[in-house]
Design a protein around this ligand. Structure first.
Ligand code: XLS
Ligand code: MG
Length: 349
């Protein structure tokens, strides 16, 4: 059983334990069921489960409402028996054939109707699982070529979709997870600024926040800790997906802190400064094991990400802030930089 979370609760989605297929090669590890994966959470130090709607109810679109409700209740029983809680439910609108060119912003009105129906079902599933949080990652709400959609109209459609969710259930909250691209060439709502501005146009902005993923901010050319600070200042950071990214390429979902430890330190520092541990929100990770990992070690990326986070919490809490303030007062940022690096590297005083 993993040790104390230093006041934090941790979550991941079952897709973080995966069989290793990539666009250039097939699966290399055996797959396991969602329920099998849930049995591993507590031992790894995770209490929260991120869930797509069809992680809970496979073949969702071909199931009746009563079948969906019954299957969701079975999942709730498994969560309860494992001592786990559902962090959020996300309608996975990007895998179904209907969602090939977007869901809420699809040019086909019948697809938009399907997307709203799937989203309302996700709200029903969330209620059964006991979470009030819906995550919207606008995976295909964008374009391969700009002329294929009316961008102004697309943003109105996104507001209407969020309104439909908020009006369907007065208790539900929506966290938008921004990402600038992939799978689309450009995705609408690429940053937390866009996400919260969109939320401000909805029927109830108090129920719309953001979930920030490290790699998504980096892909937008931004600093993840600054993105988090923007949301924390507005009390709208309702989730994070900590991971890492080695340059502007496909979304790598690398273990947290594995590429840029200084950027990871600043993400942890801003979460500490923002009192994130004192909320009921989770430290979510969204990480993939390297394809070279064998099946029995294809959870190490989760263990490493949680451990790096906790080691950085200890680094933040033990930083000599008085010395930092002196360097700032003297505007000696070169010395301040060495103060941080010495601390991170454990240099002898
Ligand atoms: C992909 C997203 C996705 C959402 C849930 O990077 O993080 O996993 O978090 O749909
Ligand atoms: Mg994510």
């Amino acid at each position: 059983m993993a040790t104390d979370g230093m006041g934090y609760r941790f979550s991941f989605g079952p897709w973080n334990i995966h069989e290793g297929a990539d666009p250039f090669g097939p699966a290399v590890r055996g797959d396991t069921t969602v329920v099998d994966k849930l049995t591993q959470y507590k031992a790894l130090g995770f209490d929260g489960v991120q869930l797509h709607d069809d992680d809970v109810v496979p073949e969702l679109d071909s199931r009746s409402s009563s079948q969906i409700a019954n299957t969701a209740k079975e999942m709730r029983d498994v969560l309860d028996s494992e001592g786990l809680v559902a962090e959020f439910v996300a309608p996975r609108l990007w895998e179904a054939p209907e969602g090939i060119d977007g869901a809420f912003t699809a040019n086909d009105p019948q697809v938009r109707t399907w997307a709203l129906s799937r989203s309302r079902q996700a709200v029903d599933i969330a209620e059964i699982l006991g979470t009030d949080l819906i995550v919207l990652w606008f995976a295909r709400e964008g374009t391969y070529i700009r002329e294929s959609k009316q961008a102004i109209e697309a943003h109105h459609l996104l507001v209407q979709a969020i309104n439909a969710i908020l009006e369907y259930n007065p208790s539900i909250r929506v966290a938008i997870e921004p990402k600038p691209n992939e799978p689309m060439d450009h995705t609408y709502i690429p940053t937390i600024g866009h996400a919260l501005a969109l939320g401000s146009r909805t029927c109830d902005p108090s129920r719309v926040g953001g979930l920030i993923e490290t790699a998504h901010a980096i892909l937008a050319g931004l600093d993840p800790s600054d993105e988090m600070a923007f949301a924390l200042a507005a009390d709208r950071l309702w989730g994070v997906h900590l991971n890492d990214q080695n340059g502007l390429k496909f979304d790598q979902d690398k273990s947290f802190g594995s590429v840029n430890l200084r950027a990871a330190f600043n993400q942890v520092r801003v979460l500490e400064q923002g009192g994130y541990a004192q909320t009921d929100r989770f430290i979510g990770v969204d990480v993939k094991a390297m394809r070279t990992q064998r099946t029995d070690t294809a959870i190490q990326h989760l263990v490493n990400s949680r451990r790096i986070f906790l080691m950085l919490v200890e680094k933040v809490r033990s930083l000599d802030e008085d010395a930092l303030k002196q360097h700032v007062a003297q505007r000696d940022y070169e010395q301040l930089e060495m103060h941080i690096l010495d601390h991170l590297m454990g240099s002898p005083a």
